[in-house]
Design a protein around this ligand. Structure first.
Ligand code: BGC
Length: 781
């Protein structure tokens, strides 16, 4: 296996690498750590835990230690390409530190007993699971949670997930996923909080608070797992598992903040990402896992790989299985998910002197500490109380919370002539392949959620308006017609039933139904399996014949309301130009149908705002609001040739970041700034009056952005630095105040120092990232 030589240290940053010894250089990565003392200091460890774990480690054989580093997949779910074998026997032999995909107190207890009753030191197992947006009560997909911009509700959704998961035998959840995603082709854009580092950091903190609470030993809290460290969302061409190659400046300023915020919020564990980062896969990247994560940010939990990520370093071209195992351990990766590379090879690697027992000890110590923090040594059965599920799971208040956050996550993209809300009378042509889809409602990563308990839109409408509205249904189109695609989706739980009629026949039926109704509500979008892991799409328009269906419905001349269900930004040019109203509902969770109906009929006035930019066409991707200016920014002049632009489409998005309408209207006063000149240590206030000028009570997300006009490195045209979700009664006005602190003005410079550079700034306030008013201020030396 080739080792990294110092010649490959191509990112030599100013002042960062002078103190790196030759030995460190050969074992660490090609990326330096910033010379800054502004980072988090390592928190002091609990001395009792230290003593306990040291005593235990002293009793352990090398084999027992290596066993702790092994995480097996067993039970009710398959979430990767291979599954673990002989898990029961391996647990008895002390070859397993934790399992995932097993839940329910009975099943978890059975495995816990195997570990506790059969192994010499009775070390309990961790029980992990992909609880991503709810455990049994399913909330909207994470992208949708973020479009609520409501941190209390997001925290509450994680709290409820923790209540249910911990009642169901689990003590560890593989969430939050905080990967910044700017490319709508990437299927996993649905799993995160979108494209913005500031908002992403707030969401990360809210979720960790919700899962972990302030005491991990309580039986209703679970350890969170931050993922996927790092930069997984920046996959080349939006193709899953793709390479990431990025400047350190972009990394630090634009991609790292949510991970760092999660570490500061005390997340207990971190999952490595699959991707290669500037030449070294994350799982074997010592710079990332040790120098940055632990030494600089002060992370004191354990690192688990993603599914078989150590083994996959062989395909990355990093060496043999034994060698990549050594690379991972030395990098600071502690636990091997499913791959069993540590289990198979580490013993020999220690004998051969390739890794030291001290290195194994360190990884083992961190995993034992995780178990200690969860209180598992005190009581291995803390999470297996058989009475809890019935008292906890899908409680009415949890279901109600799921409905509430679902409606608050929906984004009204268009509402011509106040087409929405719909009247609770007359007839509706309810058309489209998603009208009755319960499976889609709960999204792709729906943990132990049962889609049969999800409310479809048709059911939701009936629940909300009863017989007051006549519903005329037609399917109109299949979600997809491509046979290969359908086969793939159904092979992985798609549950798609395909109508065998020709698309013409289906469209004609839908047109007949539309003609006999007052208004058309077309429910179109993606299947849940078209987003999530390994679900990238190169064409992000509506799949199959759905656009043809919309075009035919438009020709009937009936008002056309488009209800979207999907897990990524879509390219919706025709829809924007031709529909009367468009409501983005994402995959809204267990209560999806009720929540959508609440919004459609005005029982809730929509308040969601996009957290990802919607492009006009896929060729604009990756498209995001906080881009740099270029030396030749395009100003809109048709004949201006030598500008940064496309010939065939403008640079504008279809819908910008932060965009979302309401049934009411909000007027913004002129923003006032407390000072136009400040010193580098001063904060300033920005105030703006927001008035509800329409006919409904409503909520508005007031957004604040800044631009640093001159910097030692170029700075984005806008950066979100504050937001407030406020509720205003019809006619009510409120003064909204933001404080901009010196920290908000800082960025990582070329030497990766976190600095505030005095000079001119702009601050923008508005209803989305495009429609803003600006004020200038200056930071004086
Ligand atoms: C995914 C992770 C997930 C893990 C365990 C992987 O394929 O990338 O997000 O937590 O599987 O199911």
């Amino acid at each position: 296996m080739k080792r990294i030589s110092t010649a490959f240290l191509f990112f030599v940053c100013l002042g960062c690498s002078q103190n790196v010894t030759q030995q460190q250089r050969t074992t660490t990565a090609n990326t330096p750590t910033p010379a800054t003392n502004t980072e988090a200091a390592r928190p002091a460890k609990d001395p009792e835990m230290d003593r306990f774990v040291s005593d235990l480690l002293a009793k352990m054989t090398l084999e027992e230690k290596i066993g702790q580093l092994n995480l097996a997949a067993v039970g009710f779910d398959v979430t990767g390409p291979v599954v673990s074998k002989n898990v029961d026997e391996n647990i008895r032999q002390g070859n397993v530190g934790g399992v995932f995909n097993t839940f329910t107190p009975v099943a978890a207890r059975k495995l816990q007993e195997l570990a506790v009753n059969n192994t010499r030191l009775k070390i309990p197992l961790l029980f992990g699971y992909d609880v991503i947006h709810g455990h049994r009560t399913i909330f909207p997909i994470p992208l949708a949670l973020s479009t609520s911009w409501d941190m209390n509700l997001i925290e509450q959704s994680a709290r409820i997930a923790a209540e249910e998961a911990s009642a169901d035998g689990l003590n560890w959840v593989f969430s939050p996923m905080v990967d910044i995603a700017r490319d709508a082709r990437w299927g996993r854009i649905s799993e995160g909080a979108g494209e913005d580092p500031y908002l992403g950091s707030e969401v990360a903190k809210a979720m960790i608070r919700g899962y972990q609470g302030d005491d991990l030993t309580r039986n209703n809290t679970v350890m969170a797992c931050l993922k996927h460290f790092a930069l997984y969302g920046a996959a080349e061409a939006g193709r899953d598992y793709g390479t990431t190659d990025m400047s350190l400046q972009r990394m630090y300023n634009e991609y790292m903040p949510p991970y760092k915020a999660a570490i500061e919020a005390g997340v207990g564990s971190v999952m490595t990402s699959f991707n290669d980062i500037n030449g070294i896969p994350a799982t074997g990247n010592r710079w990332l896992m040790t120098e940055l994560l632990r030494d600089t940010w002060g992370f004191d939990g354990f690192v688990v790989t993603d599914y078989t990520a150590i083994n996959e370093m062989v395909a990355h071209g990093m060496g043999t299985e034994a060698e990549v195992g050594e690379l991972a351990l030395k990098a600071g990766t502690d636990m091997d998910m499913v791959g069993e590379v540590f289990l198979k090879h580490l013993g020999q690697s220690v004998k051969d002197g390739k890794v030291t027992e001290a290195e194994v000890d360190l990884a083992c110590r961190r995993i034992l500490e995780g178990k200690y923090k969860l209180g598992l040594f005190e009581d291995p059965y803390r999470y297996t109380d058989e009475a809890r599920p019935a008292a906890t799971i899908m409680k009415p208040e949890f279901i109600e919370a799921s409905r509430d956050i679902a409606r608050k996550s929906m984004v009204l993209l268009k509402n011509n002539k106040n087409m929405l809300p719909l009247k609770q009378s007359g007839s509706i042509a309810l058309i489209g392949p998603l009208v009755n889809r319960q499976r889609e409602m709960i999204g792709n990563w729906s943990a132990a959620g049962d889609w049969k308990q999800a409310v479809s839109l048709e059911q939701g409408i009936r629940n909300v308006v009863g017989n007051k509205v006549k519903i005329n249904y037609a399917k109109g189109a299949n979600i997809a017609d491509d046979e290969q695609m359908l086969k793939r989706l159904n092979a992985h739980g798609g549950e798609l039933d395909i109508d065998s009629r020709s698309s013409d026949a289906m469209i004609q039926e839908a047109v007949r139904v539309a003609r006999n109704s007052d208004i058309v509500v077309a429910v179109v979008g993606e299947s849940q399996g078209m987003t999530g892991e390994a679900a990238s799409r190169a064409d992000i328009t509506l799949p199959g014949q759905q656009l043809e269906l919309l075009k035919a419905l438009k020709k009937t001349g009936k008002p056309l309301v488009v209800v979207l269900m999907n897990g990524r930004p879509l390219a919706l040019q025709w829809e924007e130009q031709n529909a009367d109203a468009i409501l983005e509902t994402w995959f809204a969770g267990t209560q999806g149908g009720n929540a959508i109906a609440d919004v459609l009929f005005g029982l809730y006035n929509p308040s969601g705002k996009l957290t990802t930019t919607f492009p006009q066409v896929v060729g604009q991707e990756p498209l995001f609001y906080n881009h740099k200016n270029t030396g030749r920014p395009f100003g809109g002049e048709l004949l201006d040739k030598y500008k940064s632009r496309y010939l065939d489409v403008t640079n504008e998005p279809l819908y910008p970041f932060g965009f979302g309408l309401s049934y009411t209207t909000f007027d913004y006063g002129t923003p006032q700034i407390s000072k136009t000149t400040i010193s580098p240590s001063e904060s300033l206030e920005v105030r703006v009056e927001v008035r509800n000028t329409g006919n409904y009570d409503g909520e508005e997300v007031v957004q604040l952005y800044i631009q640093d006009l001159v910097g030692s490195i170029s700075r984005p045209v806008k950066e979100l630095k504050g937001f407030q979700k406020i509720s205003l009664k019809k006619g009510e006005a409120r003064m909204v105040t933001f404080t901009i602190t010196p920290d908000d003005l800082k960025f990582y410079n070329y030497a990766l120092e976190h600095v505030l550079e005095p000079g001119d700034f702009k601050v923008f306030v508005g209803t989305n990232s495009r429609d803003v008013q600006e004020v200038a201020f200056r930071v004086q030396e």
